[in-house]
Design a binder for this molecule. Structure first.
Ligand code: TYD
Length: 211
């Protein structure tokens, strides 16, 4: 067996939650933790993560479109991301920490927009039937809290952040539903807690479940 065949595949960890849940800053801290354990880590995001994916992200965050177009573009960006970035990194033995993945499409396009779930399932199977995250951290909190956090930030809101409260609550419920279907993959935290409490939980969860 060659050296590359012996090499252990890296871990694939995704960070999910409604807008304003705080997942992105916890991703950065988690990357530092995993690096401290001597692993090579790649941090990335969806939609995006490749040159083409970032162009699609720009469209997705700004242009109004049919919900199926939205879902197809999310998966188109994901196809590139898997092929160019995620799969090669995991095969090299690197860990991949990704800000959102297909659970976001389930939550936002199916839960939020009402995309047919069978169509979601077909796209997921088509684009990455063979790959799922090893661990998905879901930062859960009500929109009443998350929306206030976003309102306090001095920056323009994207197309999703501008949606009404009922949209965000549907996204939240869809995330929780998805977590309940795959409890072995998901870990869910109440994200309406002090930042250091959540960070400790993130560290513990990764140490226990992946290292
Ligand atoms: P987000 O991680 O919130 O970016 P930022 O932290 O820079 O605001 O992602 C951008 C938006 O894209 C977010 O509102 C959720 C949305 N989204 C979907 O609707 N479906 C998807 O499949 C993905 C990956 C993201």
């Amino acid at each position: 067996m060659s050296q590359s065949e012996c090499k252990l595949r890296g871990k694939f960890i995704t960070f999910e939650g409604i807008d304003g849940a705080g997942k992105s800053s916890h991703l950065a801290a988690a990357a530092a933790l995993v690096r401290d354990q001597g692993r090579r880590v790649l941090t990335t995001r969806e939609p995006g993560g490749t040159a083409l994916g970032e162009k699609l992200r720009d469209l997705l965050l700004r242009e109004a479109m049919h919900r199926e177009t939205e879902a197809l573009l999310m998966f188109a960006a994901r196809r590139e991301h898997l092929e160019q970035v995620i799969e090669p990194a995991l095969e090299r033995g690197d860990w991949v920490l990704c800000d959102r993945f297909s659970d976001a499409t389930f939550a936002y396009q199916s839960g939020g927009r009402g995309l047919d779930r069978e169509k979601f399932a077909q796209l997921e199977q088509w684009v990455h039937g063979h790959v799922q995250p090893d661990l998905t951290l879901l930062f859960d909190l009500p929109w009443t809290v998350a929306g206030l956090r976003i309102a306090a930030q001095a920056r323009a809101r994207d197309r999703f952040e501008q949606e009404r409260a009922d949209f965000h609550e549907r996204v939240r419920l869809a995330y929780l539903e998805r977590a309940a279907i795959a409890p072995q993959r998901f870990a869910v935290i109440d994200a309406d807690q002090a930042r250091d409490v959540i960070q400790k939980w993130v560290e513990q969860t990764i140490l226990v479940r992946c290292l």
